[in-house]
Design a protein around this ligand. Structure first.
Ligand code: 9MR
Length: 359
């Protein structure tokens, strides 16, 4: 087979070229060489609105997670009225694309429906939690690879034991809400890996060090008391302008998690660049180098099962609304740019995933 001439390439319709998925193996292909996975969060709206993105999702990913569609406010908008329509759209896309799904998330202090915030009390908490997890995890039983059973439970500054965040669940049930959540999930869908998912555990700065220390204490306690937590999700919402990335600290933390018998998943990787200059090449290089340094510290540990980014393309990221750049430019936090071209961050993730974990 002869290669197309430069003239033929130039003559090819630009649209066809732009729509074609890249031929080189995607991130999942690279991750799977060492038995790991790569995946992305996907917003259900993209299924109808962005077919070009879906081509690349299939090319790069082995697993997906709904960005919003599996949260309580979405699944049970009114008491006892369950609506799985959007979650099932994502499940169907994943199934016909040969992709696995993660469930995100059962118990969280955000995305709670209004009625739940009103009803949740020490008198109702246990029943509400048991019923919700039993119903929802039961509905998806056998179809999800993992559940983020409890999301973002840590906030040592709040004062409750174990560095736990002062949330409606904590106030209703005390620290035992975690036990109840993990046990209920284990009962309803024993095959889904049960994950505690957390952010702000990435850097060698005081408030994050406190979170790591307290999280390890909490997990040691849960494990010692037979609570069936099986993995920790390190969200990895990184900041390219943060200088306190200490690979030794990260290595130690992941080793400590593994020492408790836990698996680790990088669940929501992205790299904000609002602290960097406008120049795209400068930004892309800094974002890639930052993620590479973080991943190269975490991924060598064989307890790490895989990596997901919080979106695949810069077309859509929560960061633009949450941390808008002062110059008004869109952030460039994800592996593909807004035209769905692979960026230096893509290459950094690929290279880090390709290195064999330590034996
Ligand atoms: O990206 C998500 C955004 O679209 C939602 O409005 C928001 C609230 O449900 O959640 C965002 O995703 C968060 C995730 O669920 C948990 N970790 C932090 C993520 C970014 O805020």
């Amino acid at each position: 087979m002869s290669l197309p001439t430069r003239r033929a390439l130039l003559a090819a319709p630009a649209l066809a070229l732009a729509a074609a998925a890249p031929a080189a193996p995607g991130l999942q292909a690279r991750a799977s060489r060492h038995g790991r996975f790569y995946g992305s969060a996907l917003n259900v709206d993209a299924l109808a609105a962005d077919p070009a993105l879906l081509v690349h999702i299939r090319q790069e990913c082995g697993i997906l997670v709904g960005e919003y569609s599996f949260k309580w406010a979405e699944l049970e908008p009114q008491p006892g009225v369950f609506d799985y329509a959007k979650a099932e759209e994502l499940m169907a896309f994943a199934a016909r694309s040969g992709l696995r799904m993660r469930g995100h998330t059962l118990i969280w202090h955000e995305a709670m429906p209004q009625w739940l915030q009103e009803q949740l009390s020490p008198a109702t908490g246990e029943t509400l939690m048991r019923r919700y997890i039993g119903t929802v995890a039961g509905h998806f039983r056998g179809r999800l690879a993992h559940w983020d059973v409890v999301n973002e439970p840590m906030h040592p500054e709040d004062g409750p034991p174990f560095g736990l965040r002062d949330t409606p669940w904590l106030r209703a049930l005390g620290p035992g809400y975690l036990d109840l959540a993990f046990h209920s999930c284990a009962e309803a869908d024993p095959g889904a890996l049960r994950v505690l998912n957390e952010f702000g555990i990435d850097y060698a700065i005081d408030w994050q060090e406190r979170r790591r220390v307290k999280l390890l204490e909490l997990l040691a306690h849960l494990r010692a008391h037979g609570v069936p937590v099986q993995a920790v999700g390190m969200q990895a919402h990184l900041d390219a302008a943060e200088r306190a990335l200490d690979q030794k600290v990260l290595e130690r933390f992941v080793a400590d998690l593994a020492g408790l018998g836990l698996k680790v998943i990088v669940t929501e990787l992205d790299v904000r660049d609002d602290g960097l200059p406008a120049d795209i090449a400068v930004r892309d290089a800094a974002v890639a180098a930052h993620a590479r340094a973080w991943l190269d510290a975490v991924l060598p540990n064989p307890a790490v099962l895989g990596v997901l980014t919080w979106g695949l393309s810069d077309r859509h990221s929560w960061l633009d609304a949450r941390f808008p750049r002062r110059d008004g430019l869109p952030q460039r936090p994800l592996p593909l740019d807004a035209q769905l071209r692979r960026k230096p961050l893509w290459a950094a993730i690929a290279a880090s995933l390709e290195q064999p974990p330590a034996p």
